[in-house]
Design a protein around this ligand. Sequence first.
Ligand code: HEC
Length: 144
Amino acid sequence: MRNSLILLILLTSLFSCITKNEKIEVVEEEKVFVTYELSPMASLMERMYAESLLMKGHIVEKNTNVVVSTDFIKELEFAALTVPSDKDAFFEIQMKEFVDLYTSLESQEVIKKESYNAMIQSCLSCHQVKCTGPIERIKKLIIK
Ligand code: HEC
């Protein structure tokens, strides 16, 4: 039981933003199964993370004419959040700033490191207030 508790604590700290959504079932005394579903917004965020990581690779390798995916941008406006009240005025302002910075990268023949880092900073500005869990992960996207 003690091991299960430690596992449970580890898992809940991993999914820091979405602890409210997870269903925890204790099946046997020694086995704990944790299942959780990502909200539409959290899934989009994972997509944004993956796109940013790809972009970071292109910039580091100095690739030209990189195709920046923007198809997910329109979904950001309507995607439901795990905690609906998180979508407040602060969120809307920060999201607009992020979208502007992100879409501005589309037109750059060689994506500038500074423009990319400014986009990642806008992820962090929102996360510092709204969802602190993934901050360390997002910081790794910054190009030094
Ligand atoms: C306007 C605010 C805002 C911006 C900008 C923003 N995020 Fe988020 N992010 C959130 C919120 C709120 C959640 C929690 C969503 C939910 O649980 O429904 C979240 C969740 C996440 C998650 C966790 C998803 C999961 O698996 O639960 C990651 C990773 C993430 N964001 C990365 C990023 C990255 C990378 C960027 C920039 C490319 C970014 N975010 C921009 C507010 C923002």
